[in-house]
Design a protein around this ligand. Structure first.
Ligand SMILES: C[S@@+](CC[C@H](N)C(=O)[O-])C[C@H]1O[C@@H](n2cnc3c(N)ncnc32)[C@H](O)[C@@H]1O
Length: 258
């Protein structure tokens, strides 16, 4: 599959980074070592260093484009970035850390629920993560329904519904003896500007595998899909004088050793 585009991903940097700051605010720990799983283009590790100066921070991501970008921009010269996989990390590859953190990445990992206690066990002090909880938002329902139409369905097959859990389910999975768990959700209302902003937003993330599959088959088919999907998104997310409102639900959990 085509790799991520760090440039397109960072177009909505401010909106995408805000949940990370909200997650950090709830971490009650003094880590000297931190692993950021699915770190993306590396723009967030500086926030970790701002909160815990001097901490040894390693960002791990499975995307070569994201890791290259993180190393090239050098936004946070103190951090190190490594190609790696969350599932392998959960199974014991790579160094343990006082804090294991992950923002907007675990939803991409197959059967992420089954990995949560393993990931927490790799943390000496705390394990904190945020995942989108918008798998049934109009943006995703429309993606699945347009992709299910001919001629797209023959190329992409059914689009996976990457469902994350509710906060109470994450609490239930992580609240073992010796751990205190804080789980919650927040719905942000992002005000996006520019033409077709919701299409642009989701093309860099949730719709990326579908668009890449269409593009690999025939770039004209991808364009046709974008036209059809874009029209459906404009109806679901109408542009107003102030911009286009995108409601985005996110689910958070912080498990801390007691
Ligand atoms: C939506 S981006 C989030 C990036 C960053 N954490 C942020 O909040 O801006 C998701 C990232 O997860 C990474 N990712 C997806 N599956 C992964 C896996 N199995 N192992 C490691 N990284 C993964 C992707 O390559 C991508 O960089």
């Amino acid at each position: 599959m085509a790799d991520w585009s760090p440039t397109e991903y960072l177009h909505y940097d401010g909106e995408r980074s805000r949940p990370f700051a909200d997650l950090l605010a709830r971490v009650d720990a003094q880590p000297r070592t931190i692993v950021d799983l699915g770190c993306g283009p590396g723009h967030l590790t500086a926030l970790l260093h701002a909160r815990w100066p001097g901490a040894d921070v390693v960002g791990i991501d499975s995307s070569p484009a994201m890791i290259d970008r993180a190393r090239a921009t050098n936004d946070d010269p103190q951090a190190r970035y490594e190609l790696g996989d969350v599932t392998e990390y959960a199974c014991g590859t790579g160094a343990r850390a006082d804090l294991v953190i992950s923002n907007a990445a675990l939803q991409w990992v197959p059967d992420h629920r089954a990995l949560l206690t393993r990931l927490a066990d790799r943390a000496g002090q705390a394990f904190a993560f945020q995942v989108p909880g918008n798998h049934d938002a109009p943006s995703h329902v429309l993606l699945r329904s347009v992709a299910a139409r001919p001629p797209y369905a023959d190329v992409v097959g059914p689009v996976e519904r990457r469902a994350t859990a509710d906060p109470s389910e994450y609490l239930d999975l992580l609240a073992r003896p010796g751990w205190r768990v804080d789980a919650w959700e927040t719905t942000y209302v992002h005000v996006l500007t520019g033409p077709d902003p919701v299409l642009r937003w989701i093309s860099a993330t949730g719709a990326r595998p579908t668009l890449a599959a269409l593009d690999a088959h025939d770039p004209a088919l991808r364009e046709r899909f974008e036209t059809e999907y874009g029209a459906a998104l404009r109806e679901a997310y109408p542009a107003r004088g102030y911009g286009t409102a995108l409601e985005f639900r996110r689910v958070f959990a912080v498990a801390t050793r007691v």
